[in-house]
Design a protein around this ligand. Structure first.
Ligand code: FAD
Ligand code: NAG
Ligand code: NAG
Length: 483
């Protein structure tokens, strides 16, 4: 059974009031919303600093100029807003922290909803959980709870939003130990497409399944409750290789990640091309004050151009994880089963090839190909969920990221990232990897990726759940992966 909080009578009063006005277009919807919502919430229009912040995104190419933005301050107000959007069939967008790198996924020409006013963090010591408002970033969360000695399974890079990452999956520095972020959720506060405010837990079979990977298909989440764990002092290192160091380093990394390791350890590799240089970077993370004796000796002793370590604070470590923001940006998911030598060589060659080619179109381009290995039991920490569609075997969420400045070369970048994604998939298949049914990671997938490629055999059930909770397809007015 769903627990339901009924909406107040303001809704009826306000909609009666605005029938006396005849404002047309999206601005009309904005005005009606303004009259409908409580004083906890506010509508903003182009030109105000609040509006600019509400429509902004990490990659500026993800933004659109909406008719207005609204910052709801209560779940009940989210309900009122959704009802108004449904009544007028107005396109809208729901933004957590705006890290989607697909335009239209959390941006719109209609009504931009920004969740920034949902920013509370409540630690429940007894149940070892943390309640987290949907407008927060992981950086906010870590800064608040890690000094108290606890942590949650969240994002790896500075600034990423709690909402999108949790609703899409969530690959964390802690995933080898605890699974995906969605495996650690205990409760959602959800505003259904009907406008009802409800709580979703494991008992609500369908929504529980759908919300864990289904992003914005089932309504708007205003609060997440996540399991917490004790946070010790941590150890981390970043090693960079250039020139003739790269080949040896990537081969050593490939060998290292093909073996199982301590689950407190996590490694990330990145081939980067910028300013005419190919670089290979390795991030090593250990969730304890020192890695076990000898664990990383071989990698740390490779000839490198720079090597830095962070000891102690998990907050400082994540604060230092920065991917530079660009005017334009695209991201693409490359599912991989094994980081074998031929696959690593293809990743390296693609980085250099497209780095060189694309810098001829825009010299500011940054090209990043990520090697993202986890332990082989990474999907065994949770129960069936929308994503990943198959928990019986590991699939690693490699990605390609291009960032640049000049809008006029978008088409080149788009063609290149799609071609390169296909090249890597072909190389994997040639390498003997069964990639036919290897799911793309929803939070890295480029727009246009077929839903089957992300949700596999779950798609039918996800559509049925959508039909049940959103028969009028309100959430279809918001962009993203639509069931
Ligand atoms: C620099 C960078 C680093 C990243 N690192 C990681 C990483 O380490 N691990 C990982 O797993 N992913 C990572 N990602 C991907 C990340 O998970 C997605 O970009 C995610 O969508 C970010 O969430 P957001 O709230 O910032 O995004 P938004 O763009 O605000 O939202 C993304 C989608 O979720 C929907 N949505 C957002 N909030 C809600 C809500 N409360 N209710 C319903 N729908 C909602 C939006 O409508 C949109 O479709 C990274 C991305 C970037 C750009
Ligand atoms: C490339 O060089 C320019 C100028 O020195 C610098 O501003 C920029 O950050 C560099 N790009 C990257 C991705 O390192
Ligand atoms: C490198 O990649 C490019 C683009 O995919 C391809 O044309 C070329 O043959 C590759 N080179 C090698 C040595 O694999």
């Amino acid at each position: 059974m769903l627990k339901t909080a009924f909406l107040g009578s303001t809704f009826l009063a306000a909609s009666a009031l605005c029938q006396q006005f005849s404002v047309t277009g999206y601005e009309g919807t904005c005005k009606t919303i303004e009259w409908t919502i409580s004083s906890a919430s506010q509508v903003f229009y182009p030109g105000s600093p609040e509006f600019e912040a509400d429509i902004s995104h990490w990659a500026k190419s993800s933004s659109q100029v909406s008719a207005c933005s609204v910052e709801p301050g209560t779940p009940q107000d989210v309900g009122l807003i959704l009802r108004e959007l449904a009544k007028t069939r107005t396109p809208f967008a729901v933004k957590g922290a705006g890290h989607s790198v697909n335009q239209g996924f959390s941006s719109t020409l209609g009504v931009q909803i920004s969740l920034k006013r949902f920013h509370d963090i409540v630690i429940n010591e007894d149940s070892e959980t943390v309640e987290i408002g949907a407008g927060l970033t992981w950086t906010d969360v870590y800064a608040s709870i890690v000094p108290k000695g606890i942590n949650v399974v969240g994002g790896r890079i500075n600034g990423v939003g709690v909402s999108g990452l949790t609703l899409g999956g969530g690959y964390s520095w802690k995933t080898n130990q605890f699974g995906l972020t969605l495996d650690t959720v205990t409760k959602y506060e959800l505003v259904l497409p009907s406008g009802e405010v409800t709580t979703v837990t494991e008992k609500d079979e369908d929504l529980w399944f759908g919300l864990r990977g289904g992003l914005n298909n089932y309504g708007v989440v205003t609060k997440f409750t996540l399991k917490s764990h004790k946070q010790p002092a941590i150890w981390a290192a970043l090693i960079n290789f250039v020139g003739d160091q790269v080949d040896g380093a990537q081969k050593a990394f490939s060998k290292f990640v093909s073996e199982p390791h301590d689950h407190k350890a996590l490694q990330l590799g990145e081939f980067v091309y910028a300013n005419g240089t190919l670089l290979f970077g390795i991030s090593l993370f250990y969730d304890g004050p020192e890695p076990p004796q000898g664990l990383y000796d071989e990698l740390l002793n490779l000839p490198s151009t720079s090597k830095s370590t962070v000891k102690g604070s998990f907050v400082d470590f994540v604060d230092g994880q920065l991917l530079p923001e660009f005017e334009r940006g695209y991201l693409s998911s490359v599912p991989i089963l094994h980081y074998t030598e031929p696959i690593m060589d293809t990743f390296m060659n693609e980085t250099e090839f497209y780095g060189k080619q694309l810098s001829q179109h825009d010299p500011s381009v940054l090209v990043v190909y990520t090697i993202d290995p986890f332990e082989s039991d990474l999907f065994t920490h949770g129960s069936p969920s929308a994503y990943p569609p198959d928990r019986t075997r590991p699939v690693f969420p490699s990605s390609i990221y291009y960032g640049w400045t000049d809008k006029s070369v978008d088409k080149h970048m788009d063609d290149a990232i799609r071609t390169s994604t296909a090249t890597l998939e072909r190389a994997g298949i040639q390498d003997g990897q069964d990639l036919e049914n290897a799911a793309a990671y929803v939070n890295y997938a480029i727009s246009g990726t077929p839903l089957e490629k992300i949700y596999g055999g779950n798609l039918q059930r996800l559509r049925e759940i959508r039909e049940k909770y959103d028969p009028e397809d309100l959430m279809g007015l918001a962009g993203g992966w639509k069931f």
